[in-house]
Ligand binder design. Structure first.
Ligand SMILES: Nc1ncnc2c1ncn2[C@@H]1O[C@H](COP(=O)(O)OP(=O)(O)O)[C@@H](O)[C@H]1O
Ligand SMILES: [Mg+2]
Length: 224
């Protein structure tokens, strides 16, 4: 489903020094698989997710999603790819404050089409129900708890039925109860919708719920 081969990424610092962040990294994630990535701060976890989500380009190597190369696409194709093939959840939810919870969930659809059809509205209703936020759908993000915002961000990430959900420290800003609740919902959606999970986390409590745990060290992934 997701196949990464020999992925290299380096950054050049202000002083002109080149730092290798990802060094011939390989990773395969199968359909419906759950994978956690742990590793020290600064080891390149976010860099890796950003490359998979085509938010950044590698120095070399390949990333195939369903056999298709992410980096052979035009800008227009990339926009559709980002919107449909991958879902992103970050540590902070990035909801837009001026929109309601439901409007935030529909934003990825509104970004590409002016009219929202009935099936999409039903999908939003289903996800809100599933994530326990249906009764809050008219509220603005400022009126919601962090856990509720994060569950909204999950619904927004899944509205277009991506094959894989990329989550970068999704519970990092949550208390234990909200974190447990979020992880349980991610596991349920993984089972029900067969969406693969690739979760970067500091919390072993979260990582241990995934099927596989990799440690990102020295630019490579080692199974834990
Ligand atoms: N756009 C960038 N320009 C320069 N350096 C960067 C950039 N993005 C990340 N880095 C550096 O790459 C390293 C890995 O960062 P990151 O992937 O955010 O680590 P992690 O998510 O594991 O904490 C860090 O040293 C960071 O400073
Ligand atoms: Mg990070």
């Amino acid at each position: 489903m997701l196949e990464i081969n020999q992925l290299c990424k380096s950054f050049t610092s202000g002083s002109g020094e080149k730092r290798i962040i990802l060094d011939e990294l390989d990773l395969t994630v199968n359909a419906a698989e759950r994978v956690a990535i742990v590793g020290p701060s600064g080891s390149g976890k976010s860099t890796l997710l950003n490359l998979i989500g085509a938010l950044d380009a590698p120095d070399s190597g390949t990333i195939l999603l369903n056999g298709e190369s992410v980096f052979s696409k035009t800008e227009a194709e990339l926009a559709v790819f980002r919107n449909h093939s991958v879902g992103f959840v970050f540590q902070s939810h990035h909801l837009l404050p001026q929109f309601s919870l439901k409007e935030n969930i529909l934003l990825p659809v509104l970004a590409q089409q002016r009219n929202i059809d009935q099936l999409v509205l039903e999908r939003a209703d289903y996800l809100m129900e599933r994530l326990g936020i249906a009764s809050l759908q008219k509220q603005r993000p400022s009126q919601l708890s962090r856990g509720e915002c994060q569950r909204t961000a999950v619904a927004r990430a899944l509205i277009n039925r991506p094959k894989i959900l990329l989550a970068d420290e999704p519970t990092g800003a949550l208390d234990q109860h909200s974190a447990d609740q979020l992880v349980e919902l991610l596991l349920q959606l993984n089972r029900e919708e067969k969406v693969s999970l690739l979760v970067v986390t500091h919390a072993m409590r979260v990582a241990s719920q995934m099927g596989k745990i990799y440690n990102l060290t020295d630019g490579k992934l080692l199974i834990k």
